[in-house]
Design a protein around this ligand. Structure first.
Ligand code: FES
Ligand SMILES: [Fe+2]
Length: 327
């Protein structure tokens, strides 16, 4: 049996598959939990269907969109947005199209400027994160960032405070100030949240001034988390969501949504370039970690008090029964 079938947690989750602006009338192929999916936009909205023509197994993402239909590149079979094949050019007009001629479609929605797909039965019409986005903040979307590591490894790296002074030295941390004061994790309505963690940061967002930041980490779902940052003596508020698309057990694509209440006039590329630098630093670590699948058995690795967010994350994945990308 495929691991994904045994993984109702991820099967019924909304997964980020693209920035909304990436999906138009040119079909785009993506991969969710090992399932190849084609996405396209028509007057009926965005359609997500299995990226495989049932005639001879050609990916529909090689085809084109015509009206509200997607047309296979090989023999021109046309599928409507329900996945039904509604035109077979080689079939004489008086012959009916076989009812079996259809391809599965998947739940798909647009939210927060991203496109999301659910392979199973979503518990809500859109992802939960919308409820945590204050409208007065400036949004900035980042990604896609492909990573050769399991989704849970990438999320855990994002939730790890004590690497900042080493992997991101000079930016998010300083190795002269590596100690992490004690903090706790609290749960509220299924969201796991750390209390504030103080970190001295030489250059926390690319603007080049050092501050003592207060970090809060939140775990909303198996692959959707948020960092909130405030600074002593400042009104600035900064959120960074991380949404990870699990493609295979050891590959994923990360997307980020930054929200801030300052720097209206700062061009986006300042923040994007900065995030790209951080991502490259993290990639080197997570792409080389062993084992590749995140161990959920807490005895498997050593944990310190400062790893409480990661411990809560591993516990949560275990509780939900996440098996894809974990061990
Ligand atoms: S393979 Fe798609 S139409 Fe033949
Ligand atoms: Fe990092």
């Amino acid at each position: 049996m495929q691991k994904t079938i045994r993984d109702p947690a991820l099967w019924n989750e909304w997964h980020p598959v693209a920035l909304a602006e990436e999906i138009g009338t040119v079909p785009k192929g993506v991969c969710v939990l090992g399932e190849k999916i084609v996405l396209y936009r028509s007057s009926k909205g965005i359609t997500a269907m299995r990226d495989l023509c049932i005639h001879r197994g050609v990916p529909l993402s090689l085809g084109r969109v015509q009206g509200d239909r997607i047309v296979c590149a090989y023999h021109g079979w046309e599928y409507d947005q329900s996945g039904a094949c509604v035109c077979i050019p080689a079939l004489p007009k008086h012959q009916a199209i076989p009812t079996k001629a259809r391809t599965p479609t998947f739940a798909c929605c647009e939210s927060l400027g991203f496109v999301w797909v659910c392979l199973g039965e979503p518990s809500r019409p859109t992802p939960i994160y919308e409820d945590f986005v204050p409208s007065e903040l400036i949004p900035l979307r980042m990604g896609p960032y492909p990573v050769q590591a399991s989704g849970p490894r990438v999320v855990e790296n994002f939730l790890d405070v004590s690497h900042l002074m080493f992997v991101h030295e000079g930016l998010l941390g300083d190795r002269e100030f590596p100690e992490i004061d004690d903090y706790t994790m609290v749960e509220e309505n299924g969201v796991f949240r750390s209390t504030e963690i103080a970190v001295y940061q030489p250059d926390p967002d690319g603007r080049g001034h050092g501050v003592t930041s207060r970090y809060t980490y939140e775990i909303f779902s198996p692959l959707g988390v948020r960092l909130t940052k405030t600074a002593d003596g400042s009104d600035e508020l900064f959120h960074l969501f991380l949404f990870v698309l699990p493609e295979s057990e050891t590959t994923c694509t990360a997307y980020m949504l930054q929200l801030r209440n300052y720097g209206q006039d700062i061009p986006d590329h300042v923040f994007v370039d900065f995030q790209n630098t951080l991502l490259a630093q993290d990639k080197l670590i997570v792409e080389n970690q062993k084992p590749e699948l995140l161990p959920l058995d807490l005895q498997a690795e050593l944990h310190l008090k400062c790893d409480r967010v990661a411990i809560a994350y591993r516990r949560r994945l275990k509780e939900l029964g996440v098996t894809f990308g974990t061990d």
